[in-house]
Design a protein around this ligand. Structure first.
Ligand code: M6R
Length: 619
């Protein structure tokens, strides 16, 4: 949801650095982009290059100039259509202040009115522009006010969320601040250059030393100093945090797309999420980040998963797992609904927030609501040091590594791995699972990565099926039990990257409505594996065939019964056999590949689908 970057230091090519960082942030938004840099001279001036389009297109308009101070922005429009005039950076009336903003200023209409009444002239339809004019209002060098003082006074008036970077032609510094939207300061190798970014990925080519800002903090960066203050201008002592992964892990390497690379990384990701936590020989699970006394675990009366999108589908699967294995009543809620429905929570309710980025505004808001209402909280998060990781009382990092493709894939399997570990851990402590059963599950769990690899080795077979089905306008995805959330996830993957309308449904519900849509032009993707509901879904498939619907099915290797009821133009994707509860790992992978190959065939931008952004940091 917009990415911002900034540089100050000895390198005269600040604009080049900022553009490079922006292209690494483009997954957060890519409908327009821009930079502002200081052109030295008497007086110094701000130069702006901005336009509708992707970073690369906007960069073509930039004529290289020496500058050691620059801010930049890649946009996902909220207020005002994608256009040159609405692209960031935004300037004040005198063109002496430039700002970039990620977030939403909810009270911008009132602020704009006040500023217009005071004579400020606005040029864009954005909420962000008010910030440039507000800072201008407070910034007055004659009264010895510094840029940081003006920013502090301006942001005190804002309602909503922001991650910002601000420059002025009168001072050689960058002021950055955050409330609800991430801001990470990068410290250059010899400590006389500093960077600002919405995430750590963009910093990786330059440094792995960072200071993530907390809400309410302000960074003041000059060429040889980095100060962090709070809203009352009190100096904060901050620790430098190291980025734990390397540049290579955030590159797409030999793969055509990040999404494909991330799909293929899943065997490694599952292994890494398990590592040190699944003790195969002893048949036990250890979760260091969930340090809870056995008594505390036994006193949990209810678990609520809160998340959005793909992470919510992981949470829905978590509900099934926790109920079956640990026998704790569980629910999975849209984070965007949870906060506003006055949830009933108490100290025996455990709320588990699941998020790849750890920065999804709806999930953060719900987590805060849960804490305020006295629930215990755990975060299942990928990005280390993110807001949810810091604000949840306990946590499980999933170690998927940077996920750049907008369509989430490896984060899902990593989250699901964490949920199996948690369910087995709780089940053992609550005595709802015997030592013997646990050992059997742990052993099969450890074999899952190699079974996923087997599916990936056969990816071309899924491409062939996609080549036959990519031209439909609609798709029904059916699954039942553990594979119902997988059906939802498969449908989400297809619609978000190929723009084919796809609806995920619990297979048993099909006869209560969706069957009306079935005909030869409306195919069904059926998850039809050998589990306890196999015969029921077989009947659903027969019902579809009786209405001339075309089928693509995920089936268990060696299942000849399915083939008997399917026709020549129906297709199956075989997956290896496993224990019923582990099938989601194996059923989701062909669905990810199917969506990928359909989008590819349709010529869509797989890694940056239209209208989407990787991190939704606005409510
Ligand atoms: O970073 P999060 O896991 O909190 O993000 C949640 C959703 O925005 C995300 O899963 C989204 O639905 C993806 N585009 C799905 O592929």
């Amino acid at each position: 949801m917009c990415g911002i970057s900034a540089y100050i230091g000895k390198n005269n090519n600040a604009a080049e650095i900022v553009f490079n960082m922006l292209s690494r942030l483009e997954y957060r938004g890519y409908d327009s982009a821009g930079i502002a840099y200081i052109k030295k001279g008497k007086p110094a001036k701000i130069s702006v290059v901005r336009d509708k389009g992707m970073v690369e297109d906007v960069k073509e308009q930039y004529i290289p100039e020496h500058s050691d101070l620059c801010i930049g922005h890649t946009r996902w429009a909220t207020h005002g259509e994608p256009s040159k005039i609405n692209a960031h950076p935004h300037l004040d009336c005198k063109q002496e202040i430039a700002i970039v903003h990620n977030g939403i200023i909810e009270n911008y209409i009132a602020l704009k009115k006040m500023l217009e009444d005071e004579g400020h002239k606005f040029v864009s339809a954005t909420d962000s522009e008010v910030l440039a004019h507000l800072i201008e209002k407070f910034y007055d060098n004659d009264n010895v006010l510094t840029l940081e003082d003006a920013v502090r006074q301006a942001i005190a008036l804002l309602r909503g969320s922001y991650g910002i970077a601000v420059i002025s032609s009168k001072e050689e510094k960058i002021v950055a601040a955050r409330l609800g939207s991430p801001i990470i300061v990068g410290i250059g190798k010899d400590e006389n250059e500093y960077f600002v970014s919405s995430d750590t990925n963009a910093l990786l080519p330059y440094t792995n030393s960072t200071i993530p800002l907390n809400d309410g903090e302000i960074a003041i960066l000059t060429k040889n100093d980095c100060k962090i203050i709070n809203k009352d201008a009190i100096l904060m002592q901050k620790k430098i945090e190291k980025i734990l992964y390397n540049l290579q892990s955030a590159e797409k390497g030999e793969y055509a797309h990040y999404m494909l690379k991330e799909i293929f990384e899943q065997p490694r990701v599952i292994n890494e999420t398990m590592r040190g936590r699944l003790r195969i020989e002893e048949g036990i699970v250890m979760l260091g980040g969930v340090r809870m006394k056995d008594e505390e675990i036994r006193s949990i009366s209810r678990i609520v998963f809160i998340a959005c999108g793909t992470s919510l589908h992981a949470g829905m699967l978590g509900k099934y797992l926790i109920e079956e294995i640990a026998r704790i009543p569980a629910e999975a809620e849209y984070a965007s609904e949870f906060k506003y429905k006055f949830p009933v929570l108490d100290k025996n309710t455990l709320v588990i927030a699941i998020s790849q980025s750890g920065e999804t505004a709806d999930t953060i808001a719900s987590l805060r609501e849960a804490r305020a209402r006295g629930a215990n909280t755990i975060g299942i998060v990928n990005v280390v040091g993110s807001t949810i990781a810091r604000e949840a009382e306990k946590g499980i990092y999933v170690y998927a590594g940077p996920e750049i493709g907008v369509a989430s894939t490896k984060a899902f399997t990593a989250q699901v791995t964490a949920l199996y570990l948690l369910s087995l851990y709780f089940g053992r402590i609550r005595n709802t699972i015997s030592g013997f059963a646990l050992r059997e599950l742990v052993e099969e769990f450890a074999r899952i990565p190699e079974k996923v690899q087997k599916i990936l080795d056969n990816a071309n077979a899924i491409k062939d099926i996609a080549d036959e089905f990519y031209n439909y306008r609609d798709f029904l995805y059916l699954g039942r039990g553990y594979n119902f959330p997988v059906a939802l996830e498969g449908a989400l993957k297809l619609k978000e990257i190929s723009y084919i309308h796809a609806e995920g449904y619990p297979a048993g519900e099909m006869k209560h409505g969706p069957i009306a849509m079935i005909d030869e032009g409306f195919p069904t993707m059926a998850v039809l594996i050998k589990d306890n509901v196999y015969n029921k879904i077989m009947s659903n498939v027969e019902e579809i065939k009786a209405r001339h619907g075309r089928i693509a099915a995920i089936t268990t290797e060696g299942d000849d019964n399915v083939k008997k009821i399917l026709k020549k133009d129906d297709k199956v994707m075989d997956i290896p056999e496993t224990l019923p509860i582990f099938y989601p790992f194996l059923t989701v992978v062909p669905l990810q590949l199917f969506a990928y190959f359909c989008a590819l065939k349709l010529g869509k931008n797989v890694d940056k689908p239209r209208n989407l952004a990787k991190s939704v940091t606005v409510e």
